[in-house]
Design a protein around this ligand. Structure first.
Ligand code: F6R
Length: 702
């Protein structure tokens, strides 16, 4: 006899629990009792039956990692789906993977997010089901209905088969779809119709046999996958094979048609917590029948209300009855509790209500969208131009590069640092350069306009220490200084906003520096990713991912987290692009440093600024301990119900991954500008400040 395995299925959108499920997947909502999440309660409940190593989770990677972290599961306990395809493929996949380990084993299929009151009765029911499974039955627990529910499918029980653990196991005559109200009343009266709990028990071999019989696409996918188990080819094969599988539920795809089905009628206090009314029912309520989680409620003449907030706060209720009030950083729901089933309509209504993008594009009066779309061409053109530059021989033989530049120009230095990991590259955003630089340093003055006073001042300061220098600008005083002093100067095209000329500044330099023996790895890869992204993110592909992200950041204060050595400058670019294009406050911070200070600020952040949204920018080249820190931080944020997003770079090389994240951020900032109803291009406060300073004469370059 094989062992018993618990397989938790974690799919489902939880639309009726909008807006909480915008912020957290349903299994992470804190309704599991004793302050636990639903998934933790599910896990704790089944543990005594199967033991720690035998609980598995099936979900897509992102969700599985989130939920696995919540439960402290090992990687091997996560069965990753390439994408969600309803429950039949998930069950088939788990049966294949686990059946290979233990062909005689039995699996318990458990939804991640149900509530059960009497755990002892639940355990006995499952043991009885395991007995029936040993006899070759596909078993489902049938909940004895307590009212004529129209929200559940039903199972019709037939003759009793045997008794075990105090339960009677019945043959199941048939599965029936959700009934209308009068049929539901009839089922209730008949007494042999039970709610389909979604909890199933069967042997691996039996469910695979029935899948083979009724779902040929899934069966073929599983047969193909068998030879890839445990091999590096697994992921690719899984993605391919999963696309053949029928997208259907195990109930509809298998149980409605299969042979030897049994059901065990149970009444252990079950709820699928599908909507806010169901949540209200299971929560502890005060004398006025108000239930609340994580909020301090003060009520007067208020009864039967549910109040839930993702950020702790005080809520006053005056003269209101039977409402569901649900507050999250993104959205607020106020609904009659009896209409809880229809909250899905609200969720869908909002999802469909995309902004009128074509109308918003008209706000882009100065043409930033076009510049953005042509960015990959800008980079290619610049690279070609840079490769034509011939530097005098005296310029070579440096050990370090110091780039002086501000704002949109200064970022060039940071990106050069990423492009040349073997070389020390320092970006100076100041009037002076560090004292330690000497003839071993190549000084690069970068100013798009050529007129930025800090850059000019630092460039002149640097020239006192090294003769190895070059300037890059579209003209201005930097060009004059270079020409007067016989310093190589690279001209780039006029007519751009400095921040939108990053391709010209960076790639011209990358091309030119090749002549000095510096070659950046990953340029070709980066450029081809940028070209693809231009097509995916441009206004013609509406709605797109950048627009979705812009919507998530609208009305928030984004705090962008980068990692030292990889995404730190990209986080800074996101921040400055959001500032300059979207005219919106944004901040950036750096890992691991922020683990030593910023995180302490989470303690009050919930109360002070629930509209902060954190964004983790990640690459596969982040230090492994930094990657681990991100995982831990995500757990902390989740526990504190603070919202965050996570974005991964595309491609292989560090440069390609950095550029892909940078370009995504640039698009997001422009779409965010349009959502904020501002023209992305003008940056009047910068110009004003420059003008104001120009009035106080200070011209070290004269
Ligand atoms: C404006 C922008 C600014 C400038 C900065 C320095 O688009 O990006 O951050 O880059 O004021 O000016 P330049 O680049 O001309 O030296």
């Amino acid at each position: 006899m094989g062992k018993i395995y618990a397989v938790i299925l974690a799919g489902g959108k939880g639309e009726r629990l909008w807006p909480a499920t915008l912020a957290l997947p349903k299994p992470l909502l804190p309704f599991g009792g004793n302050g636990r999440t639903l998934i933790k309660a599910t896990y704790d409940r089944v543990l005594p039956l199967v033991g720690e190593g035998n609980v598995y989770l099936v979900a897509t990677r992102e969700l599985a990692e989130l939920l696995g972290a919540e439960l402290g599961l090992h990687r091997e306990q996560l069965i990753l789906e390439p994408f969600g395809k309803n429950t039949a493929p998930a069950v088939g996949l788990a049966a294949l993977v686990l059946g290979e380990l233990d062909p005689a084993g039995t699996m318990l299929i458990l939804p991640a997010d149900h509530r059960i009151d009497d755990e002892e009765a639940f355990h006995r029911a499952l043991l009885a089901a395991v007995k029936a499974a040993e006899e070759g039955y596909l078993v489902t627990l049938g909940i004895r209905p307590t009212y004529p529910a129209t929200g559940y499918g039903y199972i019709e029980g037939a003759e009793p088969l045997f008794e075990a653990e105090g339960y009677v196991v019945h043959r199941a005559a048939r599965f029936v779809e959700k009934p209308d109200h009068s049929l539901a009343e009839e089922y209730l009266a008949r007494g042999n119709f039970f709610w389909n709990s979604g909890i199933f028990v069967w042997k691996f071999s039996r469910i695979l046999e029935e899948i083979h019989r009724h779902l040929p696409g899934l069966a073929a996918a599983l047969a193909e996958l068998k030879s890839h188990l445990g091999k590096p080819t697994w992921e690719g094969a899984l993605r391919e094979a999963y696309s053949w599988a029928e997208e259907t539920s195990i109930d509809y795809g298998v149980m409605e048609k299969a042979e030897k089905i049994a059901t065990i009628p149970v009444s252990f206090g079950w709820s699928d917590l599908g909507d806010w009314h169901a949540i209200w029912e299971v929560l502890r309520r005060d004398r006025e029948d108000n239930a609340s989680v994580d909020v301090e409620v003060y009520g007067k003449d208020a009864t039967g209300n549910l109040v839930f907030s993702l950020t702790p706060k005080r809520v006053g209720l005056l003269g209101v009855e039977d409402l569901a009030v649900v507050d999250t950083p993104e959205a607020l729901l106020v609904a009659k509790r009896e209409l809880a089933q229809r909250v899905r309509e609200i969720a869908r209504g909002f999802a469909e209500r995309e902004p009128d993008w074509p109308e918003l594009y008209k706000l882009d009066r100065s043409g930033m969208l076009g510049v953005m779309e042509r960015f990959p061409e800008q980079c290619r053109e610049a690279l070609a131009r840079g490769r034509e530059v011939v530097f005098p021989r005296e310029l070579s033989g440096f050990e370090r590069i110091v780039v002086v530049g501000m704002g949109g120009s200064g970022i060039t230095g940071d990106l050069l640092g990423l492009a040349f990991p073997e070389m020390e590259v320092i970006t100076v955003r100041n009037y002076v350069v560090p004292r330690f630089i000497g003839e071993e340093t190549l000084l690069v003055g970068v100013s798009y306009s050529g007129n930025t006073e800090e850059t000019l001042s630092a460039f002149l300061d640097g020239l006192k220490h090294t003769k190895k220098a070059l300037g890059i600008s579209s003209g201005g005083k930097l060009a004059e200084i270079c020409q007067k002093q016989g310093i190589p100067w690279i001209e780039i095209p006029k007519g751009f906003q400095p921040r939108a000329a990053l391709g010209h500044l960076l790639f011209t330099l990358l091309g030119a520096l090749e002549g000095l023996g510096l070659r950046a790895e990953g340029m070709d890869e980066g450029l081809s990713i940028l070209s693809r992204m231009a097509g995916e993110l441009c206004p013609r592909s509406t709605p797109n991912r950048a627009q979705g992200l812009a919507r998530a950041l609208q009305g928030k204060v984004p705090v962008i987290y980068g990692a030292a050595g990889t995404t730190r400058p990209i986080a800074f670019r996101w921040r400055t692009q959001i500032n300059e294009n979207a005219k919106q406050p944004a901040f950036s911070a750096e890992l691991p440093e922020l683990c030593h200070n910023e995180i302490v600020g989470y303690e009050l952040a919930g109360g002070l600024l629930p509209q902060i949204i954190r964004l983790f920018l990640r690459t596969s080249h982040d230090h492994p301990r930094v990657a681990l820190r991100v995982e831990v931080l995500k757990e902390v944020l989740r526990r504190r119900r603070l919202s965050f997003l996570e974005l991964h770079g595309e491609g292989e090389t560090p440069l390609a991954q950095a550029l892909s994240l940078l370009y995504l951020g640039d698009w997001v900032s422009v779409y965010l500008a349009l959502l904020n109803e501002v023209d992305p291009t003008p940056v009047e406060p910068i110009a004003e400040l420059k003008e104001r300073l120009a009035r106080e004469s200070w011209e070290p370059w004269r």
